[in-house]
Design a protein around this ligand. Structure first.
Ligand SMILES: Nc1ncnc2c1ncn2[C@@H]1O[C@H](COP(=O)(O)OP(=O)(O)OP(=O)(O)O)[C@@H](O)[C@H]1O
Ligand SMILES: [Mg+2]
Length: 500
């Protein structure tokens, strides 16, 4: 009897102590921060506390976002970038693998750079860097993207030709370049190798041929996305507000990865050169969404930014459906991990192993609805409470339904060269709907048109749009009226309407 009582008492005591010493949410002072120096994310599930995020109390400004498709990764990223720009004037560069941020960036007044659809990057551009450093970076990118490391002689020939091209264009390898001087392109580099081959004096012509072949992949007419004069000022990317680097128009993963690596290299360099300033907040955020090749390779500058970003007020946000695609160095150096719904056991196990949360949390994560999230924070001070807590929902800006029409597919070369001709038109749903109504379309036709546009992720090019209209039996005169109403000139419209 007495014994039983004591046992009861003890277990009561124990459970109470366990609760008091390990409460299930961080205390308010960690969740609620100065609103002029933090970003509102959402309301905690248990105690309903508004959670605001600040770089100031975590080990690193970098953020990992994981979750299955449709769980809300991009929604979180957009919300975060917008609020960071309000609060800290933070610049953002989105390395947009699938072009999924494009419509939103347009809508938000940002800049969209569409590689492969009218925009070019010359990867030999220096934007203030010494030619020697740029040459090293290019060979580093080739190391990651091609098999060149297995062929040291070809690698040597390539680097030598890059350096020679700079010298031929009047640059000194180890000096800060004259900003008014044009850089050579990969075509000039390839030409140097071709000339060397033609001279016929080089000992290993096969090596030379292979080096040429490898470079031609990136300099061939029509696929010379990185071997022409740049159409954007790369040096200004990290100080231009919100920039979407849309890579979806490039033909394959290799080209996308080259663009991403090049941009990261340039941003890293910029970050180091600009140095630390004592200003408040985060200067720039770089977003890598589903860029697994870039996020997983130890040699990519995503790793350098992760390692050095904090002192330069540079943050990296990595979003992925598959946490095991993200390099361990990235995972162990982010200050914040946002876990949206994760379904695969092995992915949850990976997260649980590295973040060390309870089995209760584990089962919650697998059941989350859209926008629900578990947050892990690595606080700077050692804390006596669990690092992982649940947000009832990530509270975003009211999402605007934005539809984007891209027209680059029907522009000819002259029109593409003319920067005053827009390449995209964005409409809010409500606006597009009223245009359809003005075209006298029946309401079920309008419903079907929206369904077709939604199935294309709300971004269509002209050919696609014309097909969608024709499929719903909208006649060409009506399509013409629509296209005129958005401001397209008749020459371009007629070209679009010839397409079957
Ligand atoms: N917190 C939220 N509140 C309201 N709506 C949300 C929220 N999170 C996501 N959504 C909506 O859910 C849909 C899917 O979200 P989102 O595109 O962010 O998913 P994702 O994780 O990026 O998917 P994917 O891996 O396919 O890119 C979108 O229409 C988005 O507007
Ligand atoms: Mg997404």
């Amino acid at each position: 009897m007495t014994l039983l009582k004591i046992q009861n008492m003890m277990s009561n005591e124990l459970s109470k102590r366990a609760f008091l010493s390990r409460p299930p949410e961080p205390p308010h002072e960690f969740l609620l921060n100065d609103p002029t120096d933090s970003i509102f994310i959402g309301i905690t599930k248990l105690f309903g506390v508004p959670f605001t995020w600040t770089y100031a109390n975590v080990t690193n400004p970098h953020i990992a976002v994981v979750g299955i498709t449709g769980s809300g990764k991009s929604f979180f990223v957009k919300t975060f970038l917008l609020r960071a720009s309000y609060v800290w004037n933070t610049n953002a560069i989105i390395i947009d693998w699938a072009g999924e941020y494009k419509g939103w960036v347009k809508q938000s007044g940002g800049t969209v750079v569409s590689l492969g659809k009218g925009d070019y990057i010359n990867i030999l551009d220096l934007s203030g860097m010494k030619p020697l450093d740029r040459a090293k970076q290019i060979s580093n990118a080739l190391d990651i993207l091609t098999d060149i490391t297995d062929f040291p002689e070809q690698r040597r020939l390539t680097v030598e030709a890059i350096e020679q091209a700079y010298v031929n264009f009047g640059f000194a390898m180890a000096s800060t370049p004259d900003p008014n001087r044009d850089a050579p392109t990969l075509k000039d580099v390839t030409k140097l190798l071709e000339e060397k081959l033609q001279e016929g004096t080089y000992q290993y012509p096969a090596e030379l041929e292979n080096a040429i072949y490898r470079l031609r992949q990136f300099s061939r007419e029509g696929e010379d996305y990185f071997a022409r004069k740049s159409t954007i000022d790369i040096g200004k990317l990290s100080s231009s507000g919100l920039v979407d680097l849309d890579l979806s128009g490039l033909p394959d993963e290799k080209f996308r990865a080259l663009a991403a690596l090049f941009i990261l290299q340039t941003l890293k360099e910029k970050m180091r050169v600009e140095g630390w300033s004592a200003s408040k907040g985060i200067k720039a955020l770089v977003v890598l969404d589903e860029a697994w090749k870039i996020a997983s390779d130890e040699r990519s500058d995503a790793i350098t930014i992760i390692r050095e970003g904090r002192k330069y007020q540079f943050g990296l946000i990595v979003a992925s459906q598959n946490p095991t695609d993200v390099n361990e160095t990235i995972f162990s150096n982010v200050g914040t991990t946002i876990m949206l719904r994760v379904r695969f056991e092995k992915f949850i196990s990976y997260l649980q192993g590295s973040l060390n949360f309870s089995n209760f949390m584990r089962s919650e994560i697998s059941k989350f609805g859209v926008g629900q999230a578990a947050i892990d924070m690595s606080f700077q001070t050692s804390v006596q409470f669990p690092n992982v807590f649940i947000l009832d929902r990530i509270v975003g800006e009211i999402p605007l339904d934005v539809y984007t029409l891209t027209v680059a597919d029907i522009l000819n070369d002259n029109e593409l060269a003319d920067k005053s001709i827009p390449r995209d038109y964005s409409f809010e749903k409500i606006d597009l709907n009223s245009r359809f109504v003005q075209m006298n379309l029946a309401s079920d036709t309008i419903t079907k048109l929206f369904a077709a546009l939604d199935s294309k992720n709300r971004i269509v090019d002209m050919r696609m749009l014309v097909q969608i209209f024709l499929k719903e039996n909208v006649n060409k005169e009506t399509i013409l009226i629509f296209m005129r109403s958005i401001g397209l000139p008749d020459t371009i419209i007629s070209r679009a309407l010839i397409i079957k």
